[in-house]
Design a protein around this ligand. Sequence first.
Ligand code: NAP
Length: 250
Amino acid sequence: MDDSKIVLVTGGSRGIGAATSKLFAAKGYTVCINFKSNLEAAEVLTHEINTLGGRCFAVQADVSQEAGVMRLFKRIDDEQGYLSVLVNNAGILRQQSRLEELTAERINSILTNNVTSYFLCCREAVKRMSTHRGGQGGTIVNVSSGASRTGSPDEYIDYAASKGAIDTLTRGLSLEVAAEGIRVNCVRPGLINTDMHADGGEPERVERLKSIIPLQRGGEPEEVAEAIYWLSSDKSSFSTGNFLDLCGGL
Ligand code: NAP
């Protein structure tokens, strides 16, 4: 049997996901880099990892759709090795606004992209990892947000609420599969320098808010990737259902 470990990083082509993909590749994992539509970013990252001698493959799949998730995991099943780590990271936010402006279409889109996707990927990962189903165990790291605590007033309460759901998913699933060789943990970043803030209509958001961060700066994707890697590795072997905040003290 091929015993090489595969990590799936959803939304692994840009931002926090890209830093995570690079770190796992450097640690010897075969990295499945999932993305939704930006093929160029995925190809650039794949090329970079391969050039450094790492193993990776990119899979376009919209993880908010069940068919996309099924196709993504089928692609992993066809690869040499076994799924050892799932990093649930793909997420979106929309234009900053107050709650009065939110439409049902927008709220449902945020929940489908940020919550349903995590549930579906957890479901497929557990089926493959659970020792009760013949798997070898594994780890799941959910990328939530400091927004689950702040609620993101005047910006995107819908997004913050979707991350609150991820905290609850983490707690519940960690207990459900603890005796099956699977650990489930969560990172909660805050104000990290990525493209995501531009999607909310304010590319310079981190710069504007950095003075309220006790460490006086925004975080880098690589700093979040280190926490994700730690929670997925044996170094955190007695942690499950736990949360690691990466908010610079906020
Ligand atoms: P980002 O730079 O905007 O990158 C998002 C990634 O997710 C891209 O690879 C994108 O693919 C992918 N993606 C989005 N929707 C997808 C879908 N339905 N199916 C598959 N892939 C999808 O985001 P980021 O800032 O790195 O954020 C990553 C995670 O960290 C998110 O869950 C976010 O909520 C969380 N987070 C971020 C911050 C922050 O300050 N940046 C703070 C707290 C939490 P394409 O390239 O194809 O679009």
